[in-house]
Design a protein around this ligand. Structure first.
Ligand SMILES: Nc1ncnc2c1ncn2[C@@H]1O[C@H](COP(=O)(O)OP(=O)(O)OP(=O)(O)O)[C@@H](O)[C@H]1O
Ligand SMILES: [Mg+2]
Length: 228
């Protein structure tokens, strides 16, 4: 469902091009649970952002469910991000002045869901992540692990097919981090495609497939062995 074909990405710093990805090719099938690992600066976030339609490659192609991202307009990409992708970040990125429920509703407001539908779905999702009793709490009234669970509920709001996470357990203690990974594993077991980045080998163990990237290139991919 995700096909990445010889992607290069360079960032222009003044007159100098800084290479972040140097010829990455990769296929990710629906329902896979994929972990990206590699040293700082190796291009992990760049690759995630390209998969998520947040950034575009300098060269190469990426298709998601047969749709060519490189050919899409900014509007089409925004539509794809809103409806197909769920994003989770290290620092949760919740809106501070909104309750947990309102944060989960936010993407549904953008998708123009009606109020009743939004409310119901937000409560269902908060229940799913174990926070039914925290719907009216503000982010500052929640623990780090709870905030991340709200962020996961929010990422699921518009029924995405792909969940993308960058260092989602990076700010959490290991017990809480493991609980978040168990939650992601349960979503994967329901069929969600998940691609995440971590530095932590214990978190990587939850994935079925671990891809190592170094200096903008794939170094190893244990998924290759299964002839995908
Ligand atoms: N917006 C940008 N402008 C210029 N250079 C960038 C930009 N974003 C990333 N880079 C460069 O691209 C390379 C890859 O960065 P990237 O953020 O993808 O690394 P990473 O593997 O996610 O690292 P980390 O583990 O530290 O998060 C780095 O050399 C970085 O300096
Ligand atoms: Mg990064």
């Amino acid at each position: 469902m995700i096909t990445i074909d010889n992607i290069h990405k360079s960032y222009l710093m003044g007159k100098e091009a800084v290479p972040a990805l140097r010829g990455v090719s990769l296929e990710i099938a629906q329902g896979e649970f994929v972990c990206l690992m590699g040293p700082s600066g190796s291009g992990k976030t760049t690759l995630l952002n390209i998969i998520g339609g947040l950034d575009e490659p300098s060269r190469g192609h990426i298709t998601i469910d047969g749709q060519n991202l490189v050919a899409m307009s900014e509007n089409e990409l925004a539509h794809l991000r809103l409806h197909k992708m769920g994003f989770i970040f290290q620092n949760y990125n919740l809106l501070a002045n909104f309750t947990a429920q309102e944060n989960v509703e936010a993407p549904m407001v953008l998708a123009k869901a009606n109020r009743k539908e939004r409310r119901q779905r937000a409560l269902t999702l908060l229940e799913k992540v174990g926070l039914a009793d925290r719907a009216h709490h503000y982010p500052s009234e929640l623990s780090g692990g709870q905030q991340q669970r709200v962020a996961i509920a929010r990422a699921l709001a518009n029924h995405p097919t792909i969940l993308i996470g960058d260092e989602v357990t990076g700010d959490l203690d290991s017990e809480t981090g493991l609980a978040i990974m168990r939650l992601l594993a349960s979503l994967n077991a329901e069929g969600m495609t998940i691609v995440f980045v971590t530095h932590d080998a214990r978190m990587a163990e939850f994935a079925q497939r671990v891809i190592h990237i170094s200096d903008g290139k794939l170094m190893s991919d244990n998924g290759k062995a299964h002839d995908r």
